[in-house]
Design a protein around this ligand. Structure first.
Ligand SMILES: [Zn+2]
Length: 263
């Protein structure tokens, strides 16, 4: 891709604003387990901390939001939009599409669009809960008028799906805070990483993508990266992004609208 303004590569900062919908979707009796849900509810506390940091550096971002979060916390979602960031679709519930029937997947898309559209937001991007798309997803998105998805990992520049559906803005687990920091009290099977380990992994990937002329899609979760100690890591990454020469930092929709006609 020839990026605009002579840039050699691009960066897209994305945040999945799940609040507690991950736990509600994945653990059947979660509604009766306030301690489980409270891990996600911290996302509400963290959101202004994240928004402050983006605003301080003049960095744009894309926030993927489940429809139920938009219905339950409209003021927070409006606050994101008021900062000029892009809002995009992240399911209605946070149920993994790979576990849904085609009818259920369609209903998730439809209800999520209604919820976000109800706040007056125009939605063109989609990220599947857990990134776990189905064989129908790309075509369904095209049918619903989406321009892009940000789930798959087959390249480091945007690409068109072969089925004639939407454009992919590729992501990767390497650049996802959940992959490094997610802790499950169900299993206690995961060590919680240090900021230093994760910074080393993220900065190497970011530099590598920049050298190859790709788009570095960071995926953060306010409830994960917004923990008090991890805000230092977020600051470090945002400072790196803001300080890079020859890099175009843009919202998902801007990147796809630029790259799409050139693919
Ligand atoms: Zn999510």
């Amino acid at each position: 891709v020839n990026w605009p303004e002579g840039a050699a590569s691009a960066v897209c900062l994305t945040f999945d604003f799940d609040v507690d919908e991950v736990w509600r979707a994945e653990i059947p009796d979660a509604a009766n387990r306030p301690n489980l849900l409270s891990q996600g509810m911290y996302g509400l506390r963290a959101l202004p901390l994240v928004l402050d940091r983006l605003r301080a550096r003049g960095l744009p971002a894309t926030f993927f939001v489940p429809g139920r979060v938009a219905e339950r916390f409209p003021d927070e979602v409006r606050a994101i939009a008021a900062e000029g960031h892009e809002l995009a679709h992240h399911g209605y519930t946070h149920r993994n599409p790979a576990g849904l029937s085609p009818e259920e997947e369609r209903e998730e898309l439809s209800r999520g669009l209604d919820a976000l559209g109800g706040l007056g937001l125009e939605i063109k991007g989609y990220r599947a809960p857990a990134w776990d798309t189905t064989a129908s997803t790309s075509r369904l998105l095209d049918e619903f008028g989406f321009l892009y998805a940000s789930n798959d990992m087959a390249d480091i520049v945007p690409y068109r799906h072969e089925d004639g559906g939407v454009i992919e803005l590729p992501a990767h687990w390497i650049l996802d805070d959940a992959a490094h920091f997610w802790f499950s009290q169900q299993s206690f099977s995961r060590k919680i990483s240090t900021n230093g380990e994760v910074a080393e992994i993220w900065l190497a990937e970011a530099r590598g993508i920049a050298r190859l002329g790709g788009v570095c899609v960071h995926t953060f979760h306010p409830q994960v990266i917004g923990r008090p100690g991890r805000l230092e890591l977020l600051d470090r990454i945002l400072d790196f992004v803001a300080g890079q020469e020859g890099v175009w930092v843009a919202k998902g929709i801007e990147i796809v609208e630029w790259a799409g006609p050139r693919l």
